[in-house]
Design a protein around this ligand. Sequence first.
Ligand code: PBG
Length: 322
Amino acid sequence: MSLDLPVRLRRLRRTPQLRSLFAEVSVTPGDLVQPYFIVPGKGQKAETRPGVGLWQLSPDMLREEVQQLAKGGVGGVMLFGVPDHKRDDGKGLEKQMAPLEAAVKEAKAAAPDLPLFADVCLCAYTTHGHCGLVKGNEIVNDESVAVLSEMAVLLAKWGCDFVCPSDMMDGRIAAMRKALDEAGQQNTSILSYAIKMASAFYGPFREAAHSAPSFGDRKSYQMPAHNRREARRELLADVAEGADALLVKPAMTNLDLIRDAREVTDVPLFAYQVSGEYAMMRAAGDAGLIDFERAVDESLVSIKRAGADVIVSYAARTMARK
Ligand code: PBG
């Protein structure tokens, strides 16, 4: 017996070739950006925990790594600095960022044309671990913006293609654009972490960057996960201030906001599959509960389908090296 069906969706799913032909989105290494944590010293190259994808490298170890990823067609590399000393007055950034300066130069020597991104934030640079300057118990906005702008100018001068403010202070994009232009860095782009939630999924990152807050939390500057309209306001504010590209994070808990962002603006859109998302899949894989590689592939496809053009992910390295 057969059903009288005008529509049979399974017809186009019969073979791998058909499924591939009709795939609406796909993810290639060229869509991905790989994060690295730059530590001081020489000859350092290790994951914070085996398999967790958070690589801490000294600048000298970056060259070969970046060459390999460039050969594998990765879309870009994003650097986070882990300084050897912390201070709370926002002065002496250049010294604190010395390993990062060396790393930017290594990465550019290894692959001059590979887009190079660098995080702009104070959490790894201060003893209190907050993303801005602290006065009393307050994370102050405008003074922080001034220091973050200086940080962006240094990164631009050293050769970064994108500066990526992840601090969530108000007005940083406009201030940063102005500072970059005044410093003659008109060609440096700003990738704004426009929608960044105060999230439980950053744990492994804070271990890698030594950036956990020593008091309180980040809820007075990072966004509450509850608010869709507020997320839209964040996006529009950053576009108006001159952001070249926008980023939403975490990715998997905010797929709806990635879709909103895609529809609200035509600015290129990034999503960050953050450390806790990747580590969660890894831990479940290690426990024999899920197939890690398939889970990662599925998650990246979902993020792309939601509307992201580019995904920052700890999976980029593995995909590009395959
Ligand atoms: C710095 C920053 C964080 C992440 C990116 N930039 C951590 C935080 O806000 O505490 C998280 C990325 C990840 O978890 O992979 N502010």
